[in-house]
Design a protein around this ligand. Structure first.
Ligand code: HEM
Length: 456
């Protein structure tokens, strides 16, 4: 079998390049080899950024391709073996069915008030003339929102400790930690002060706190609760079995981790772009002001320019650079290459979003592109697609829009430093290369806007 072309130098060098500067490595490969090429990482991996090929992969990812869990091992130390991300096949399908309803449809309405209140809490700490770190503020918002969605109203010492330890675990994003994730042999516990030792002790404590919460709910059942944990505990599979404690614990960890850092990073980028270009901010504020003093979540969700800014933010530097790996199941022809079973294929979200033929001047932030034309789910795919498409997509989209609306209608902010901001790998996400600081110029109005949570 002849794989698509790609760099010929040693696999170890390619792997280090991938870990340290993934975007420029992908760009260099695309420039030289086109929209399908092979990188040598743990094994040969075919990177794809051709929309027709992506459609083929993502629409037949149970027939010609599979979305196996054994290629997602980098997530296992953090999320466990029972996470939606680390399971596959029939078990994965059933688990997705359990997790989808609380993250979709009418349920969004109930989260509107939570998102609004949490954002209000966080921005009430900002002071005129003072600067703050945007990423830390966004992390606090998204962490509290996902905690409340998962556990319901959640206060007290256990909630506080959980919030603190998870934040500490997720803020450990040094290149060394990423190298450890890619090289399991380096995952060694050399005591509580060592990098991996710290990680496993924190993880142990998080598991204790989650299990204490599960146990308390088993001892004192309350059928009126509608939070995600209660729904998961009440769920039964086709044989009438409930989820085990180990399954519950890993799924909670998955939602808390996946539902928090990705959205916080996307919000940080959005605030950067909006304030980098005063005309973008002006247009957005005008649109949001026109929705009235108490806009309902539906109007915010549908506001066209806000939607365009949200899409362009996730296009230019997609928080997730890649889809999860797919593996060829039966011999297929992809972009003219005959791929044999077991070939690993990655959808490069980043390179697809940088295609000049789809997005002229792809390095420019231009929300108008999303007003001028519609892109297919294989041209614009910040949440991946197919059987592993992000289950938090609706939740993240809703949360980002409500948080941005709340901030922009109540605060006048400015970037402390408006130099161009390149992207950089931060753990497993694409984040700004330097911390972004903003300053509060003024509060836009004394009566802070509230969100009307009924939908019309
Ligand atoms: C801006 C925010 C987010 C982005 C950009 C994002 C992106 C992605 C991407 C690209 C995938 C892989 C899809 C594929 O391989 O086809 C994914 C999967 C996943 N995401 Fe998200 N995500 C975000 C927010 C969230 C939130 C809020 C949650 C949970 C509340 C979440 C939970 C998950 C889970 C559990 C999976 C695995 C799905 C599976 O394997 O079936 N994500 N996400």
């Amino acid at each position: 079998m002849k794989l698509p072309n790609g760099p010929q130098y040693p696999a170890l060098v390619q792997k280090l390049q991938w870990i340290l500067s993934p975007m420029s490595f992908m760009e260099a490969c695309a420039q030289r080899y086109g929209d399908i090429f092979t990188m040598q990482l743990n094994e040969p991996m075919v990177f794809v950024s051709n929309p027709q090929a992506l459609q083929q992969i993502l629409t037949s990812d149970t027939k010609e391709f599979t979305a196996p869990s054994d290629r997602n091992t980098a997530f296992e130390p953090m999320l466990g073996k029972n996470s939606l991300i680390t399971i596959s096949g029939e078990v994965h399908r059933r688990q997705r069915q359990l997790l989808m309803p609380p993250l979709h449809g009418d349920r969004m309405r109930t989260y509107g008030q939570v998102i609004n209140d949490v954002t209000e809490q966080v921005i009430s700490q900002w002071q005129v003339g003072k600067s703050f770190c945007v990423h830390s503020a966004m992390q606090l918002i998204t962490m509290r929102v996902i905690m409340q969605a998962v556990f319901g109203l959640y206060e007290g010492l256990r909630a506080q400790e959980l919030e603190e330890i998870l934040a500490a675990m997720l803020n450990e994003t040094s290149p060394w930690r990423v190298i450890q994730l890619y090289f399991p042999a380096l995952q060694k516990d050399f005591g509580p002060k060592s990098s991996w030792g710290k990680f496993i002790r924190r993880r142990e404590r998080v598991h204790q706190l989650l299990n204490a919460e599960i146990q308390e709910r088993r001892d004192q059942p309350d059928s009126s609760r509608t939070d995600i944990l209660s729904l998961l505990m009440a769920a039964r599979d086709e044989a009438g079995r409930p989820m085990t404690d180990a399954e519950l614990c890993d799924e909670l960890m998955t939602l808390l981790v996946a539902g928090h850092e990705t959205t916080a990073t996307a919000l940080t980028w959005a605030l950067y772009w909006i304030h980098k270009f005063p005309s973008v901010r002006e247009k957005l504020v005008q649109e949001l002001d026109s929705l009235g003093d108490h806009p309902d979540c539906n109007s915010i969700f549908k506001a066209p320019y806000l939607n365009a800014v949200y899409c362009e933010t996730l296009r230019i530097y997609p928080v997730a650079m890649l889809t999860f790996p797919r593996v060829v199941k039966t011999p297929v022809s992809l972009c003219g290459y005959k791929l044999e079973p077991n070939t690993v294929v990655m959808g490069s979200i980043y390179l697809t979003h940088q295609r000049e033929d789809l997005y002229p001047e792809p390095q420019q932030f231009k929300p108008e592109r999303f007003l001028e034309r519609q892109f297919s789910p294989y041209e614009f795919l910040p949440f991946g697609g197919g059987v592993r498409r992000c289950i938090g997509m609706a939740f993240a989209q809703f949360e980002m829009k409500v948080v941005l609306a709340k901030i922009l209608t109540s605060q006048e902010l400015a970037l402390v430093d408006d130099r161009d901001m390149p992207p950089k790998r931060r753990g497993l996400v694409t984040a700004p290369a330097r911390p972004i600081q903003m300053v509060v110029k003024s509060q836009r109005e004394a009566k802070s806007r509230t969100l009307e949570t009924s939908t019309k």
